[in-house]
Design a protein. Structure first.
Length: 242
């Protein structure tokens, strides 16, 4: 009986120790499990945060790209509007230039239409001027010829073959009406003056003809011929044989 009780006590003691051991391991396992679970949760939180950060970065990149795309689109639209504005301005300028050209063309056409009338008016004015000048010249030369005839005893005649004859009087003091004359013309090929004949035939005629061809001064030529005739009369030794 005592043995039975003693074994019962031992059994209770063993059961107690077993329970203590089980409780100890249960606590240790629970603590370890809790610690492992905390670590897993922390790692999961870290991974989740990383994913959130990655998502935020992706969203930022996406938004930035979207903003850049929108900015470029706005710039392209603005550039397109500016090009359209410039094109419209150029078209307006070209239309204005075309209008100016058309206006100038109309003015030119109007002026061209007036040209025949203006030409005719100018021709009439030129004709009037020429007629007036001709009348003045005729009157002038008529007066000049009269002076030459009255004071210098000079008469100018045109002859056949487009020659000019200068007839001098008042040369010979013994006979004021005696004529001394020279016949000269222009060579059609050389356009040079030449002496056809002189009466009397005096020396020095060719020299003053050469001077006339150089200077074209007919007035000086007329005076020099008269001087030759005067020298001829004053110095008979210079007479050429007729």
């Amino acid at each position: 009986m005592e043995n039975t009780n003693h074994q019962g006590i031992q059994a209770q003691q063993l059961q107690y120790h077993l329970n203590c051991i089980q409780e100890k391991y249960r606590k240790e396992f629970a603590e370890q499990l809790t610690e492992n679970l905390d670590d897993s949760l922390k790692e999961a939180d870290d991974q989740l945060q990383n994913l959130i950060n990655l998502a935020n970065e992706y969203a930022e990149i996406h938004n930035s790209a979207k903003r850049e795309s929108l900015r470029r689109q706005r710039e392209k639209k603005k550039e397109g509007r500016n090009k359209m504005k410039n094109l419209n301005s150029m078209i307006h300028q070209q239309e204005s230039n075309l209008q100016q050209v058309e206006t100038k063309n109309e003015q030119i056409q109007t002026r061209l239409g007036q040209v025949p009338t203006q030409i005719q008016e100018q021709k009439e004015e030129i004709t009037l001027v020429r007629e007036a000048a001709k009348a003045i010249n005729i009157d002038f030369y008529a007066k000049a010829v009269k002076i030459f005839q009255d004071r210098l005893g000079l008469t100018i005649q045109k002859t056949k073959g487009k020659k000019m004859k200068l007839i001098y009087t008042r040369i010979d003091p013994n006979d004021h009406n005696k004529q001394f004359w020279i016949l000269f013309g222009i060579d059609s090929a050389t356009k040079q003056y030449y002496v056809h004949e002189s009466v009397p035939n005096v020396s020095g005629i060719q020299l003053i003809i050469d001077q006339l061809n150089q200077s074209g001064n007919l007035r000086a030529f007329v005076k020099e011929v008269r001087t030759l005739f005067l020298n001829y009369i004053s110095n008979p030794a210079n007479h050429q044989q007729q």
